[in-house]
Design a protein around this ligand. Structure first.
Ligand SMILES: Cc1cc2nc3c(=O)[nH]c(=O)nc-3n(C[C@H](O)[C@H](O)[C@H](O)COP(=O)(O)OP(=O)(O)OC[C@H]3O[C@@H](n4cnc5c(N)ncnc54)[C@H](O)[C@@H]3O)c2cc1C
Length: 329
């Protein structure tokens, strides 16, 4: 095979593919179109998937493989590396794409190393070449990566695709996969799976809020939070936050917006002291209108903001709250 292999990830304990995988599939299709190449799908699974078929999105791929072995469940990086290494050696794809999930972050760098390659991770765009774009320094720089191997040796290029960067196709197709049974033995497994990491529980449903005031590390310390809480109250808005605020325990995890928090699409999203890292943007860029307050005029949040205020939040937010209260009386 010469083309693009995309490794899809299943939702644990079910026979469904997760949403980020379909975004990676959309990226794979875009890349294959640029190269006039084919797309092949691979799904590692223990028991949940069968050769009867599973649902995928977008165009029907030219081939689909179900890597099936009881040792692939529960997930371990050792079995995934061994199984995918065997499939890649059989297919010899030029590119191997993954969704940038926690699981992929765990095993894909080791898999790439088996082929003396690195993983180009967190890719947000693919240009002609192909050139893979990923962000550096909290989104302040975009860096371009091209795959090249010395001495014309052949090895695939391994790429993981950031959440929210490619739009998954909405049309559904049923895939009838070919079964690929990797050679695995229990003695090869060095990891002991623990309890699965759970994303933040969602007792606060931010996705239904029409107005959200979201606070970031620019607030400085927990004692300053009342400044934004008062703004949220004046606007009748839900309070949300970037990850460092929740990691610090200043606000509960369920108020986190972003790739490892909630995805929101309010009529108005007011970002206060938030830089606009890609992991935050993917959770809020569907908002109808975005207002950003940030003292750094080069902060990436301004790229998605409809209205930007460059300045000190400690001066602007209290004045804004006062003006909103006055307008309401
Ligand atoms: C696997 C992974 C998952 C992640 N998931 C998420 C996620 O779900 N959600 C999320 O948000 N992040 C997530 N992150 C973290 C993300 O990469 C960023 O680190 C985070 O979003 C930065 O938060 P911030 O913008 O509040 O802080 P910073 O990047 O530190 O930005 C603070 C901003 O405040 C501004 N500022 C400072 N003082 C003032 C002031 N007085 N007035 C006005 N502006 C001021 C600064 O100019 C700066 O732009 C994740 C990271 C990883 C690796």
């Amino acid at each position: 095979m010469s083309g693009v292999l995309v490794v899809l990830e299943k939702t644990p304990g079910s026979a469904a593919i997760n949403r980020m995988s379909f975004e990676a599939l959309a990226a794979a299709q875009q890349l294959a179109d640029k190269l006039s190449a084919t797309v092949t799908i691979a799904v590692p699974s223990g028991k949940d998937f069968s050769a009867d078929g599973f649902e995928s999105k977008g165009r029907t791929p030219s081939a689909a493989y179900l890597l099936k072995h009881e040792l692939l469940e529960p997930y371990t990086s050792d079995t995934y590396v061994l199984a995918l290494e065997q499939l890649i050696k059989k297919l010899s794809p030029d590119y191997v794409l993954f969704p940038h999930t926690y699981q992929v972050r765990d095993f894909a760098p080791a898999l790439a190393t088996r082929f003396k390659q690195v993983l180009i991770s967190d890719v947000i765009a693919i240009h002609d070449g192909p050139v893979f774009v990923r962000q550096l320094l909290q989104g302040k720089l975009n860096a371009d990566y091209k795959h090249s191997i010395p001495n014309n040796e052949k090895a695939p290029c391994f790429v993981s695709v950031q959440a929210g960067s490619f739009r998954a196709d909405e049309s559904t197709t049923t895939i009838k996969p070919e079964i690929f049974t990797p050679e695995l033995s229990a003695a090869q497994i060095r990891n002991k799976p623990g309890e699965r990491f759970r994303e933040s529980s969602q007792t606060v449903d931010l996705s239904a809020a029409p107005v959200i005031v979201s606070v970031g590390r620019g607030i400085g310390e927990q004692d300053n939070l009342p400044i934004v809480e008062e703004l949220a109250q004046a606007l009748g808005a839900e309070l949300a936050a970037s990850r460092p605020i929740c990691d610090n325990g200043w606000l509960p995890m369920e108020r986190q917006v972003g790739s490892s928090g909630q995805t929101v699409s309010p009529k108005l999203y007011l970002a206060v002291g938030i830089s606009g890292a890609i992991q935050h943007l993917v959770g809020m860029k569907g908002s109808k209108a975005v207002i950003a307050i940030n003292k750094d005029e080069n902060a990436p949040i301004f790229e998605v903001a409809d209205y930007g205020v460059v300045g000190d939040l400690f001066e602007i937010v209290p004045e804004l709250t006062k003006a909103i209260r006055a307008a309401k009386t």
